[in-house]
Design a protein around this ligand. Sequence first.
Ligand code: S3P
Length: 748
Amino acid sequence: MSQPLFKKVAFIGLGLIGSSLARVIAAEHLAENVVAATRSKKTLADAKALGIISEGFSDPVDAVRDADLIVLALPVRATQKILETIKPYLSENAIITDVGSTKGNVVEAAHAVYGQNIPVGFVPGHPIAGAEHTGVHAGKVDLFANHKVILTPLPSSAEWAVEKLIQLWQAAKAEVICMDVEKHDEVLAHTSHLPHLMAFNLVEQLANREDNLDIFRYAAGGFRDFSRIAASDPQMWHDIFFANKKAILKAVDGFEAQLATLRQLIEDENSQALMGLLGHAQAARQHFNHMLANKPLMEKNKVTQQFTILPGEKTFKGKFTIPGDKSVSHRSIMFGAIAEGTTHVTGFLEGEDALATLQAFRDMGVSIEGPKNGEVTIHGVGINGLKAPKTALYMGNSGTSMRLLSGMLSAQQFDSVMTGDASLSKRPMERIAKPLREMGAQIQTTGERGTPPVSITGAQALKGIHYDLPMASAQVKSGILLAGLWAEGETSVTEPEPTRDHTERMLRAFGYEVKTEGNRISLQGGGKLVGTEIQVPSDISSAAFFMVGAAITEGSDVTLEAVGINPTRTGVIEILKQMGADLTVENERIAGGEPIADIRIRGTRTLKGIHMPEDQVPLAIDEFPSLFIAAACAEGQTVLTGAAELRVKESDRIQVMADGLKTLGIDCTPTDDGIIIEGKGKSGDWSAIFTGGEIESHHDHRIAMSFSMAGLRNSGEIKIMGTETVATSFPTFTQLSNQAGLEIQVSE
Ligand code: S3P
């Protein structure tokens, strides 16, 4: 057996937090010996009976002798006294940590006791976890699981001590973050202390009214939700408010100023500004929802949502309206923001990716109303009107936001930083940074291997360039052209193959001249955009899942209404037709400058394997995961080549799809730039193709939705892990799938 992490751990105090950590240490065998000191004999006896300590002492001095880890798990105000008491008895390399919710005063206490010679093992900590009950019996071994623990190492702290504490908290399944003491106290002042203070204050304000009985009797959910935390322990909050006085007073000042602004808007009946403020706050709440719900959206190894699809014969039928196009939605916000005048958008995709773009522009001072039922109104600030964001712009899962914004931000007068989730943080950003540098931008990809965060220094004069795109990427093309709006002279791009042209089309719709000559696209810098109406068509990339679902299901009949059929996006239709799908494009028309049509697919014949045409690859680039599912159901072999770009999407879509297909019993071979899939279909035979199995979606929405379609032809239960990313592009996916007849059970 390997050595435990510690020889002897001494807890000073054994309430909820201390006893929970002691339980973790016992369960994970992290120490040879665990002891505790508290004033209550009963607590010590109970802890012994629970088997979480071997010995208890009333005097802390007896507990800390020979201990190599001392955990101060008692009220923060007692820190100085305890440190003084135990100081002479500590072993030389003992680690001393605490669990208090303020850190500045703990460090002050250490200075008061040790002066400048704070022991190297002293590393303050703060597990952000709690429960309604307190005391040794309330402790839980999983109290810290999936919660954050903040360590605030001091300049004097030894690295080995920090490392050991990280291991300890990771064993408790916590996510450990290190930050400096001041930052900790400031962050907590805003996120925890201020909300508690406001809750106490509101309840107090209402309780003091003469009609308080009525107020409390009729108080609805809003008051209940808001005031819940005012039921917490007054002594504790009294101590915290004093302990973190400086940072809390600053947070209160900020609150007062913001409240005064809001008050003024109401007094002035300033409708537009009030809507802007409320909309901004609401969108921020939605945007950060996954974080607030403690559902780390795309963090490694943390499955937060899964789909389960049972075996059995299914139908797949109906008429559906698929949500708005992601690419067009992003661009409508970006261009509306820098246009002069108002832009009105309908059919906007209210998915997390497009909302990340929307939030970014709000963060840069643009007033945006909505989205509400797909409607958004953007009050454009003009080409030079964006303002410096106060913090880093969070792009979530969205590569399109980060790459297009790289171009726009490179041309601004202010500095900016863009970050993203676990998936986006692995995606290549040098492909856009490099040409932008040629234009004179100061842009850095500060992650390992040219990945995010992206950091941009503003106030650079950009000059137009000509760029030969080394890869067929609409994002890179668009990023360069957008920087070109501010650059001197002409900016032009030649693409190796045509890619989606929404940027070109929409710039024209905003009155900006863009020339297309063959594969060369160019524009002149220094013009202006004028606000307009944008009608976002349904997203053909989302519709693709339903097309494939219908193509592989016997007797299916699905119509997808008003889907965008921009010729740079229709590869999926062409490929499915070549595979023999019964697919018709009906009722073609133009809406908002983009061609749209109703697409009808029926399950009348077995698909056949093909060599997918390479010229269709950029035109179907996002649809291959679902096309691989179609290929698995086809008769004969399907070969894809020329699609290396698939390896740098939200996941490595070649590898991840190959792994998943194999899990479901499909014979396939991934290659550098494609895949070979041995289809299991037989003409006229509609029986199951896929076995059951567990699929990992790797934070990739399209992987999750593609394998959902395999659930139309499965002989065993299919479980798809990490499906929360579906909300980035297709928030109504499970609802519409269920309506069509594919029952997807969603569990958190
Ligand atoms: C997009 C371009 C494509 C596509 C992505 C959206 C866009 O990416 O995969 O989903 O809106 O410009 P690449 O430019 O990386 O090919």
